[in-house]
Ligand binder design. Structure first.
Ligand SMILES: Cc1cc2nc3c(=O)[nH]c(=O)nc-3n(C[C@H](O)[C@H](O)[C@H](O)COP(=O)(O)O)c2cc1C
Length: 232
């Protein structure tokens, strides 16, 4: 990565666009494998009960321009229901090894089906079966019941799954279509905060904001970013 992005503070004159910086840090963390799943991020949703809920997901695409990131999940999960009730979400990346944090707030919308299809097709076969096998976030009687459910659904797809998923039999398997209840969410950024760890806790910190105006099913017309340095 360009070492410019790895300086121990943000430029005196703040960058016009924080998303390129966030992407540079994410790319660096992934390339350097600073930890397992360097693309893991916490996402906070808040449904109509007004109780925020956080969990980790993996960021699979990050488009600095026009400014959204994508994660994949089950559309019947708790998080998806909460997004349906209230599309405002918050995302958090933290790479302790490089002393950097990125906070993103914005709105989540479903990815276009073709994009979810294309990504699903790149997943390994076990993960594809797993997406069919789990009714994410619904109660489960036992681990055994889950494995039986996975096997049963896999058989319907023409796949013979052994007792545990780690030992899926055979390599000559049918193509697995994307389950209709599984796909991406694009998180469009309306606020971004970049944070760099500083000596004696004198961290460097700035926040950018822009407007989002809904356009079509998957996107927004975006305003210009405007940034402000903040006390740490
Ligand atoms: C490192 C890590 C990465 C994860 N990635 C995903 C992911 O990309 N998509 C997903 O649906 N769940 C992912 N999970 C599981 C979620 O944290 C969560 O347990 C699950 O999505 C159910 O959340 P919900 O009931 O709030 O919808 C991940 C968990 C961890 C610890």
């Amino acid at each position: 990565m360009n070492s410019f992005y790895l300086a121990d503070r943000l430029p005196e004159q703040l960058p016009d666009d924080p998303m390129h910086w966030a992407l540079a840090w994410l790319t660096h963390a992934e390339e350097q494998a600073v930890r397992r799943n360097a693309n893991a991020m916490a996402i906070v949703t808040c449904g109509k009960n007004a109780k925020p809920a956080a969990r980790m997901v993996l960021c699979k695409h990050f488009l600095a321009n026009p400014g959204y990131l994508v994660f994949y999940t089950n559309y019947k999960s708790d998080k998806a229901r909460q997004i349906q009730e209230n599309p405002n979400v918050a995302v958090l990346f933290h790479w302790d090894q490089i002393g950097r944090q990125v906070r993103i707030e914005g709105q989540a919308v479903r990815s276009p089906e073709a994009e979810s299809d294309a990504y699903f097709a790149t997943r390994d076969w076990g993960s594809q079966i797993g997406a069919w096998g789990s009714d994410q976030s619904t109660p489960l009687e036992s681990r055994k019941a889950l494995l039986a459910q996975v096997s049963k659904r896999a058989l319907k797809l023409g796949v013979n799954v052994a007792k545990n998923l780690g030992s899926i039999i055979g390599s000559d398997h049918p193509a697995i279509p994307r389950p209709p209840h599984w796909g991406g969410f694009r998180v469009w950024a309306s606020q971004v905060e970049l944070w760099i760890e500083g000596k004696d806790r004198i961290h460097d910190r700035a926040r950018w904001q822009r407007t989002l105006q809904r356009q079509g099913d998957h996107g927004f017309v975006v305003g210009e970013w405007s940034g402000t340095r903040l006390q740490p």
